[in-house]
Every structure is written in structure tokens, then in C-alpha cells.
Design a protein around this ligand. Structure first.
Ligand code: ADP
Ligand code: MG
Length: 692
């Protein structure tokens, strides 16, 4: 849609604002964004309250408005001295001081005897009262112009707060009144103001309570933003669905593969598979995210979906973020699928020459039903006879463009995305509103619990001695090294140091893996560990989430207090995957903060990723949720998916209802809603977290 002219003033560049030249523009852009809209949407982070006072009644440090009479100007006597104006009211004297020379100008504007109103922070030094750099000094009759309360914005260095405030208000003044896009009944029920009034209230807080996300104005703006986002997601989902595709009915072939599994599916797997089969049978394109802890059995479910597709003569591409993961998937799937007559090939960057040509031919002529691979699958030479399904493992590791390229290799290709990062329910809609979500929230039976202990780093020697004993009997261990803030280089150093230390003290072989290593080296070390040639693998946090090394039974996490809860859970999930007893040692540097203590306690209590994710959320109450940033929580301006959880649900429902009646937003309300979407840049075709 073309941007409606009513929005032009907001979509003008910030340089169109008064006083924003080439020097100021980049600073303002950094604080808010490149457009007038961005400034108008900048939420205050604080508030200045000024009270009327007298020189005597003002408290030290208080922001006051004073009625004064100018007595005299005291120019600096030496360099470095300020310019001072001595002034008084009925109760005492006050010095107004400037450390930067506005002297002559001040003298002309405020001659002795003049009645003035001044405001600023009053400070007391013994009997002297002073205001340094008053915010206002002007004719007494202009007192009404001094705001009793004033918003303060999150600024950037080099940009004076006063300037930013002034610009935000000027941007606000450019915001036009727009036709109401929300349902009037809903607004009335909530008692919310109109959009323009809400924006006005946002910029004019009168008390700190006005800064809360719960005010009517804040909720209104948040709901607008959420609705715009959900409209985009629901529209995109609907468009994807609308692409017709032949229904795929349950096939005997797939039943056979399932019956041949050496185990029975868990209830959660059965449910998820049922959801997938319903999608496939619907004749609409599927976009489904399967969430579940590492080891919960996602891969098996994906494999059975592959069999359904193959029975219908359609191929599947399974894409993994690394070669080692691709290889593992291939190894677990090839045999059961081949037994059912479904040819499976592995395609990675390593395939060269005739072997590669052979595999490519099998995909192009349709004789291969499944290809498992890495980024190599995107390449143009990879062509399919009839690609019907893309399975994307660790979906957050791939970009939108990459997924698109894969999906474009067939028509109306179904999508199954796998994720081992459990997302709390509260955030599911926000993150995956354009996907259908299945949760595998049950582990296969027979898993041994991972015994989790917290041990202070002062006892690291005894941990190493114990490690020496168990590795001598063939056990394998991960040793995760501290996360050092902002420096991968330091991470690597710490890991190298620990590896050298362990090499010296253990007879078993110690390996090292870290993010700075070339991918091929990483894969090689991982493969050696998986093969049992390395007993202890020292690693920074790069270890692949999905890597399956059933023999590894010990996880040591050094400086566990530096990791988030979700991350600790992910790390721990790499052990306890075989039949052997497993242990996780959380080595921490005392003293522990209350939050760190709570995290470790939660880990000791449960291994359920979904529960941990929920508890993580309450523990932190938002902020930088581990695993969520990387999952792409949107950068909302007004909405906070946690503080506004109820509004998220309402917006998702509303978006669904609106689009069910008016899929292309062509009704009167639809037209207004399109303006809303434009306002927030949420459009069906480029909203975030695009799944295909
Ligand atoms: P994920 O992909 O979720 O990490 P996988 O599908 O790779 O999990 O399963 C992990 C391991 O558990 C595999 O060895 C798999 O064969 C096994 N497994 C999966 N489902 C079951 C089940 N229902 N019962 C027993 N073992 C299972
Ligand atoms: Mg997996």
C-alpha cells in the first residue's frame, strides 16, 4: 500500500525539525530514529517536577520556580570562574551561575531591578543558595510557560536532554489527528483515549505514575502497536495457507516406519504428529513450529512426517545449522527410512565431484525422498523433482532469506521448524504469531535425571579429582568455560587456560572447542568427542545445542552464575541423553546474588524446559531474556509483551477476527487499520520472524 498522505508529516526526516542540522541529526537519529515519527514515538524515561518555592523554603537539591528581582551581575574575575547574577526574593538571596560565557547577553537581558522568574535545581552551600545553569530565566509575566512537569527522554551522549525534549515535543506537534482505527465499543469499555490524545499524554507525564505501562494512554498505544504487528502476522499466515497444495493423507508406508521404531511415541509426540498430519491433510500449506527440549524427540516426529510426504511422492529437505548436526540427523534417519524404501542422502559442503553429482541427480529425478544438509542445500544446483516439505532444525539459526531460498525450490512447500529453546506461553504469540505451534513437553521414558549440584569455585580441585576418577573409567564430560562480558577473545583465553590445566591433571584426552575456530575444526573436534576419542571437551558456549553424545554424562559449568537460566538449561541438556547416570556441576564464584541462587535452585528442582522458561520469566520480570533475543523478540516502541500480556492476547484475537471478516482490509475500518500498520511499519510482506 502507498503511504497515506496523512502520515507524510510523521514520515518526514528529522532534519525537517527546527534546529536539526547536520551536527544534531545523527545524534537525534541515534536517540530516536531517522524520522519525525520516531521522535514522536520516543517514550519518556523519566520526569522533572518543578515546584514553586521561595529562596528560603526551597530544599537543597530541589527543582524550583522562583520569583526574583535581579540585583547585580558579577562577571568572572579569573579564567574558570563562572558568570554570576545575584538576585533575591522576599525571603533571601540566590546566585544564578553560568560556567559558560553568556555574560554580556545576560547583562542586557536581565538588568538590575528587573523582575524575573527563574527555575532550576537549587543547591545550598552554607548560607548561600545557588542555581547553576537555570533552565529558565525570563520575564515574570511568562511564568505560566514554565512546565511544572516535563518529560525526560532516554538520550545519547552529546545530545543535551533539553534539546531532545524540545524536539520530541515538536515532533509530537506534527502528529496529525487520524481517523480512529480501533473499535469504538472496545475503546469505551477500556476507557482509552484516542490515538492523538494518548500520544499527547505520553509526552506530558505529570506524575511518575504516568510513566507506567499501565496508564490508559500507554495501554492504548501498546495495543495499537500489538494490533498492527498481529495483523501483519495473521495476514501473512493466511496468505501462506491460501496457497493450495494437494492434501496428503495418512499412508501405510508412514505407519510402517512408525511401527518399526524401537520404542513407542510419547503422548506429546503422538499429539504433535497428529497436528502435523491434520495440517498435511487440510490441503493448505503448513507452517508449524515444534518446540521441545533437546532430546524430547522432535527429530523422530519430523522423520515420520518425511515418510508421509514420501508416500505421497513428495520430497523433504531437512536443513541443520552445522555439518555435525546434519550428519547426526542423517545417521538417525537413513536406516529407518531406507528400510521403508525411502532413499535418504546427506549433502554438505564437503561433497565434491561424482559423489555430489550423484546426489544432486537423485534429488532432481525424485529418486531420493529426503535430503539432509547444511547451507549447501540453498545452492542453485540443488533442484528437486517435487519438494513438498522443508524441515528446519534450530530455526533461529537461519535467516529469512535463507529459508525463503529453500522453500522456493518447490511449490507451496510445507514447513516444519524445530526449536530446542522452549518459549513461555506468554511470549509464544509475540514470537510465533505467524506459525502454528506444537509443544513436545514430555521426555521419552527411561531417561535418568541429571543430578545437579552447585559447588563453589574454591572447590574446583575436588571436582577435577572426581573428574579424573570417572574419566579413567571411560566417562565423557563437557566443561563449559566462563562467559566473559563483551570479549570473545577473553572467553577463548579462559577456555585455553582451563584446557591446559585439565590436560595436565587428567590422564584422559582433553579437547578444546571455541567460537573463534574455523567451522571445519569445530566439526572435527565435535566428531572426535562424539566418537569417544576425546574424554573431556572444554568449550565456550558454542557447543551445538542439538549435538547428541549419549556417552557424555558429565557437564561442568564454570562460573555458572554468569549464565542465564535458559542457557544453563540448554547446556545441561547435552548430558543425560543415554542410559548412564548423569551429573551437572554448577561451579560458581561466591558470594551468589539472590537471583543467581534462585536460578540454581530452579535447575536443581526441574529439568522441564517449559517450566524453566516460565520461571525464568517471573524471576527476571522481562529485560534481556536469554534465548529470546536470539529468537527475535520484536523491538516494540510502546508494547512490552510481558507487562502487556493480556493485550497481546487481545490483539491476536482482534487481528484474527478482523481479518476473518475482511481479509484484505478493504472495509472502512480495514482502511483505517492499514494506516495503523503503516504507522508502525508492520506490513504483511515484511513483518519480522518471517517463516517462509
Ligand atoms: P530432539 O530432536 O528433540 O533433540 P530426538 O528426536 O533426536 O530429540 O530424540 C533423542 C533421542 O531419543 C534419540 O536417540 C531418539 O531415538 C530417542 N527417542 C525419541 N523418541 C523416543 C521415545 N518416544 N521413546 C524412546 N526414545 C525416544
Ligand atoms: Mg535435535
Amino acid at each position: 500500500m502507498m503511504r497515506p498522505p496523512s502520515l507524510f508529516p510523521l514520515f518526514a526526516e528529522i532534519s525537517t525539525l527546527k534546529g536539526v542540522g547536520p551536527k544534531l541529526a545523527p545524534l537525534v537519529a541515534r536517540a530516536a530514529g531517522p524520522l519525525v515519527r520516531d521522535l514522536a514515538f520516543l517514550s519518556p524515561s523519566g520526569l522533572i517536577l518543578r515546584s514553586e518555592a521561595t529562596v528560603r523554603s526551597a530544599l537543597d537539591g530541589e527543582l524550583v520556580i522562583l520569583d526574583l528581582v535581579i540585583d547585580q551581575h558579577l562577571p568572572p574575575q579569573r579564567r574558570g570562574q563562572p558568570w554570576r547574577i545575584r538576585a533575591h526574593d522576599d525571603t533571601g538571596f540566590v546566585n544564578l551561575v553560568w560556567f559558560k560565557g553568556f555574560g554580556e547577553h545576560l547583562e542586557r537581558a536581565h538588568p538590575p531591578g528587573a523582575e524575573r522568574v527563574a527555575s532550576g535545581r537549587l543547591e545550598r552551600f552554607g548560607v548561600e543558595a545557588q542555581i547553576a545553569h537555570p533552565d529558565h530565566l525570563m520575564a515574570a509575566d511568562r511564568k505560566g510557560q514554565i512546565a511544572r512537569s516535563e518529560a525526560v527522554y532516554p538520550g545519547v551522549t552529546g545530545l543535551a536532554p533539553r534539546v531532545l525534549s524540545r524536539l520530541a515535543l515538536e515532533a509530537l506537534s506534527r502528529a496529525p489527528a487520524l481517523e480512529e482505527w480501533q473499535d469504538p465499543d472496545w475503546l469505551a469499555r477500556r476507557g482509552w483515549p484516542g490515538w492523538r490524545d494518548a500520544l499527547e499524554a505520553l509526552h506530558h507525564p505529570e506524575t511518575t505514575a504516568n510513566l507506567s505501562p499501565d496508564t490508559d494512554a500507554a495501554q492504548r498505544l501498546a495495543f495499537d502497536e500489538l494490533l498492527a504487528h498481529h495483523l501483519a502476522m495473521v495476514q501473512r499466515k493466511a496468505r501462506r495457507r491460501a496457497e493450495p497444495t494437494p492434501p496428503i493423507r495418512r499412508a501405510d508406508l508412514a505407519r510402517r516406519v512408525e511401527a518399526d521404531l524401537p520404542f513407542r511415541l510419547t503422548g506429546a509426540q503422538v499429539r504433535t504428529l497428529g497436528e502435523i498430519r491434520d495440517d498435511l491433510a487440510s490441503g493448505e500449506r503448513m507452517s508449524r513450529l515444534v518446540q521441545g527440549d533437546v532430546g524430547s524427540g522432535k527429530t523422530v516426529v519430523a522423520m515420520l512426517a518425511v515418510a508421509e510426504l514420501a508416500a505421497a511422492g513428495r520430497q523433504t529437505a531437512l536443513m541443520a545449522p552445522t555439518e555435525i548436526l546434519a550428519r547426526q540427523h542423517f545417521e538417525s534417519m537413513a536406516e529407518p527410512l531406507e528400510k521403508a524404501g525411502i532413499r535418504t542422502v546427506l549433502l554438505t559442503g564437503r561433497d565434491k565431484g561424482a559423489q555430489r553429482q550423484d546426489k544432486l541427480a537423485a534429488l532432481a529425478d525424485g529418486s531420493a525422498g529426503l535430503v539432509v544438509g547444511t547451507h549447501a542445500l540453498f545452492q542453485d544446483e540443488v533442484r528437486f523433482h517435487r519438494l513438498g516439505l522443508a524441515v528446519i532444525d534450530e530455526q533461529h539459526r537461519f535467516g529469512v532469506a535463507e529459508r525463503r531460498r529453500l522453500m522456493a525450490k518447490g511449490e507451496a512447500v510445507h514447513l516444519i521448524a524445530l526449536s530446542a529453546t522452549p518459549i513461555p506461553r506468554t511470549l509464544e504469540l509475540t514470537l510465533f504469531g505467524d506459525l502454528d505451534v506444537s509443544r513436545i513437553d514430555e521426555k521419552p521414558p527411561g531417561r535418568q535425571p541429571v543430578v545437579t549440584t552447585a559447588t563453589p569455585l574454591t572447590r574446583v580441585d575436588s571436582v577435577i579429582r572426581r573428574l579424573a576418577e570417572v574419566t579413567a573409567t571411560g566417562a565423557q564430560a563437557f566443561w563449559i568455560c566462563p562467559l566473559v562480558a563483551e570479549s570473545e577473545f577473553l572467553d577463548v583465553q579462559a577456555a585455553e587456560g582451563r584446557a591446559a590445566d585439565l590436560t595436565e591433571r587428567l590422564t584422559a584426552r582433553v579437547g578444546l572447542i571455541h567460537g573463534k575456530m574455523p567451522a571445519a575444526d569445530k566439526d572435527r573436534v565435535m566428531a572426535e568427542f562424539a566418537a569417544g576419542d576425546i574424554a573431556v571437551l572444554v568449550a565456550t558456549t558454542v557447543v551445538e545445542v542439538g549435538v547428541n553424545v549419549p556417552n557424555a554424562t558429565i557437564m561442568v559449568i564454570e562460573h555458572a552464575e554468569r549464565f542465564g537460566l535458559a542457557q544453563l538449561h540448554q547446556l545441561r541438556g547435552r548430558v543425560g541423553r543415554g542410559a548412564g547416570k548423569s551429573a551437572c556441576v554448577l561451579l560458581y564464584a561466591p558470594p551468589l546474588s539472590a537471583t543467581a541462587k534462585a536460578r540454581m535452585e530452579i535447575l536443581r528442582q526441574t529439568e522441564d524446559g517449559f517450566e524453566i522458561a516460565e520461571r525464568d520469566l517471573t524471576l527476571r520480570g522481562g529485560g534481556d531474556l536469554m534465548g529470546l533475543k536470539q529468537s527475535g523478540l520484536p523491538n516494540y516502541r510502546f508494547a512490552d509483551p510481558l507487562a502487556h500480556a493480556e493485550l497481546v492476547r487481545a490483539a491476536a484475537d482482534d487481528a484474527r477476527l478482523v481479518l476473518a471478516r475482511d481479509p484484505d482490509l478493504t472495509s472502512e475500518r480495514g482502511r483505517r487499520l492499514r494506516v495503523l500498520c503503516e504507522l508502525f511499519d508492520w506490513r504483511a510482506d515484511d513483518a519480522f520472524a518471517e517463516a517462509s
